[in-house]
Write a new protein. Structure first.
Length: 139
């Protein structure tokens, strides 16, 4: 026996998701301290000669020291810089009345099925029927 059949199945399930949470507390804190110290610093420059060249004096090279400047000294005593501990705090609440989230969706799908085949052997008479909306009672 040969048979041929066509079936169509459609559906559109709906999806609804709702979520609620209470208030969310948060707190951020930072602490720190910095200290910087510079020790004694001393610098010294000895005498700096001021010379003059006289070209017509050949004896002695014609170079004469006419003055000196210096000596120089620079001294820096210790310097302390200190930043005392810093304390910073931030806190708060996100969504003081709670947070709501909703997701709604609808999915549409359709399936179509074609079936052909052969059943071996002899079938005298066969019938198969599907009726929409029909339910059998179990009496």
């Amino acid at each position: 026996m040969r048979f041929k059949s066509n079936a169509v199945m459609q559906g559109s399930p709906e999806l609804t998701l709702r979520a609620r949470t209470g208030p969310v507390d948060f707190q951020v804190a930072a602490d720190g301290s910095v200290k910087l110290a510079v020790g004694p610093l001393t610098a010294r420059v000895d005498e700096v000669p001021v010379t003059l060249t006289i070209p017509f004096l050949r004896r002695g090279g014609g170079v004469r020291t006419i003055a000196t400047v210096g000596p120089f000294s620079v001294r820096l005593n210790a310097v302390d810089v200190e930043l005392r501990p810093v304390d910073a705090r931030v806190s708060g609440v996100v969504g003081k009345d709670g947070l709501d989230g909703n997701l709604e969706g609808k999915i549409g799908c359709r399936t179509e099925l074609d079936v052909e085949g052969t059943i071996p052997g002899k079938v005298a008479k066969a019938s198969f029927e599907m009726v929409e909306g029909h339910e059998e009672s179990g009496s």
